[in-house]
Design a protein around this ligand. Structure first.
Ligand SMILES: [Zn+2]
Length: 334
């Protein structure tokens, strides 16, 4: 049975991106796979009155079941209202759609936004497939994110060993031909909790921590110049907070040399044409760190609520921090 995202109380990303580009902030795109993550995202967004994009990857859709996800998103809108958020602006977005059929199925299932990631294909094929998805999605007012350039790193089914920066000379032609609504670019961000090898980093002499190479802001600037006001998306933008990595490692985990994108750099990006910043690994780390700590300190606990509650609280704290201190999207959806 087909359902429109509008019936579920969701919004597409068109208006939120237009406002974000003008206002110099970015919309958080948080991935979710389960109820606790969703609760934490909605609590943080409702409390800060921030528009939010709920992201579901192909892997998450298989993990949680597509029907359940649809009603969870609808439930999220109602829950947000219950929390006192009068006009929740919540989008349900497919992260890294890899085929026309998957994107179409998400449009039919109530998603308000889809990504078609054909960035690993030759340029002309990327254009063709993206255009096909846009043609279908726009019939139902669903917005489409496309990608040019290749990110390094591993995230669910998406994996690449090397990155290729987006070529600024291609973006005008690509956007014109595909009519996509936003564009994910590659400027040095990367998927997962191991964004850079120690060899790519320098070391902070005081803390001994790895310091990753800076993002290619010159490429971002060149793209902005070609497409003034056009919504740009950054994938792989977790910061991999060292407190969570330490928490995992202190209580039996093994995450050596996990490193992410420094928050100052994301803050700088959020003020530019970048209007959507994807954060997934940070939530995974907050959840796992909190669960490990709780179980280590309370070896007799076996009720999932006992360890999922502190995990949910830790994720919420992290989401609020991102919204207020990194993206600047608080108070933008009253
Ligand atoms: Zn991604």
């Amino acid at each position: 049975m087909k359902v429109s995202f509008k019936e579920l109380g969701l919004v597409n990303t068109r208006e939120m991106f237009a406002k974000a580009v003008k206002g110099g902030y970015a919309i958080p795109a948080f991935n979710f796979n389960n109820m606790e993550q969703l609760q934490a995202i909605i609590q943080a967004s409702a409390e800060t009155k921030s528009p939010v994009i709920l992201q579901v990857s192909k892997g998450a859709r298989n993990y949680a079941n597509q029907t359940l996800l649809r009603y969870m998103a609808q439930g999220a809108v109602e829950y947000a209202k219950e929390l006192g958020w009068k006009k929740p602006q919540i989008a349900l977005h497919l992260d890294h759609g890899d085929s026309y059929e998957l994107c179409k199925s998400c449009v039919d299932f109530g998603f308000s936004s889809v990504m078609i990631d054909a960035s690993s294909l030759p340029y002309e094929e990327n254009v063709k497939l993206t255009r096909k998805v846009v043609n279908y999605a726009h019939k139902y007012d669903v917005t489409v994110e496309a990608e040019l350039g290749v990110l390094a790193g591993v995230e669910d089914e998406v994996a690449s060993e090397v990155s290729h920066y987006t070529k600024p000379e291609e973006v005008i032609d690509f956007v014109k031909k595909t009519k996509c609504d936003s564009l994910a670019i590659s400027i040095g961000t990367s998927h997962g909790a191991y964004k850079f090898t120690p060899e790519q980093c320098t070391r902070d002499p005081q803390t001994g921590r790895l310091v990753p190479p800076p993002l290619a802001f010159d490429v971002l600037k060149a793209i902005e110049k070609k497409l003034p006001g056009f919504p740009i998306v950054l994938h792989g933008s977790s910061s991999v907070p060292q407190e969570y990595v330490d928490m995992c490692n202190q209580y039996g985990g093994k995450l050596p040399n996990a490193v992410g994108i420094p928050e100052e750099q994301l803050r700088k990006a959020a003020k530019s044409a970048v209007c959507k910043i994807n954060i997934d690994s940070d939530s995974r780390l907050a959840m796992t760190g909190a669960i490990r700590k709780h179980l280590a300190e309370n070896p007799g606990h076996f009720d999932p609520r006992q360890y999922l509650k502190p995990a949910r609280e830790e994720m919420k704290k992290m989401y609020v921090h991102k919204i207020v201190n990194v993206l600047g999207s608080n108070g933008k959806a009253r």
